[in-house]
Write a protein that binds this ligand. Sequence first.
Ligand code: UT7
Length: 337
Amino acid sequence: MNRLINDRPPPYRAVIAGCGSFVPAKILTNDDLAKMVDTSDEWITTRTGIKVRHITTDSETTAFLATEAAKKALADAKIDPSELELIIVATITPEMVFPSTASFVQRSLQAKKAWVFDLCAACSGFIYSLSIVQQFLESGRFKNALVIGAETLTKITDWTDRTSCILFGDGAGAVVLERSNDTRKGILYSTMASDGDYWEALNCQAYGSRYPAGKELDSPRKIYMEIKGREVYQQAVRRIVETVTECLQACSLTLDDIGMLISHQMNGRIIESAAKRLKLPDEKVFINIAEYGNTSAASVPIAFDGCVKQGKIKQGDIVIFVAFGAGLTWGANVIQF
Ligand code: UT7
């Protein structure tokens, strides 16, 4: 496990200065899905907690969603794009093979001063990105950064596979972080981990160097996401519990100190089960999966934005972001507001 805790207070903290999110207008309900595959609203609701998900039209791309979320976060932080020094887009559904989705966001925002890149860590991408930004801001190298989680998962969804097509949605969430001298707030701790042995549990195999676009695929389904739901479910609960426990120990916090746990929204039952094992009360666990489904790297920042807009996070609160996903990857950030 890659621990990033400091054994002495850093001269600077990475503080969240603003947030925003954006989802496409088009909605797909469970009843809509029941007309496409052998499923029902009752099955999907009971097994996942999902009621609807937002889906992109052909013209709505990942960079478009990312830019819209970014504009809202920048407005919230009152920072002009021309001042940005770093942009990271966490995504597994990029605009194209290259250049990065972040390049398109930079262009749309005219954030000329920023250096930009994409980060591919699936559902943990936003957590990993915050951990990276934490290093640059704490070291004093940069004054600010924009981190976006953006996905168009429905473009790689197999709409004939009932075990996966019910789960995913599209959207983007963003935060602007600033360097601060106030060491009583900001990112207190980050942890990241991964285990490539389990890459087959969640994947989308075409089109990379193993299955290039120019060659015929041995299975046409390789252009879609494939999941081993049960396997992921069990690992997810275990890793979330382990990771949050590690955060509490590393920061010398108790459960009472946590204001809110904002988990990647992969399945309402996974989050509830992890929260139960951690003995966290319902009011300290934010769940919005009913409205969005699983939006991978976008899910934590969309949930965070919702939580802030609903007034559920106050100044001084300790919030834990936690995620688990393909790779396998997992990680968490502890943040004081
Ligand atoms: O962010 C990381 C990515 N997220 C994930 O990978 C999701 C993690 N896993 C999950 O959320 C859950 O495992 C699922 C929601 C995917 C599945 O729920 P489950 O309770 O683990 O169901 P299961 O896979 O054990 O399947 C139970 C039954 C099976 O039928 P039989 O074999 O018992 O007759 C499935 O064929 O449910 C059937 N089933 C469905 N039935 C109605 C699977 N999908 C559906 C469906 N509608 N959509």
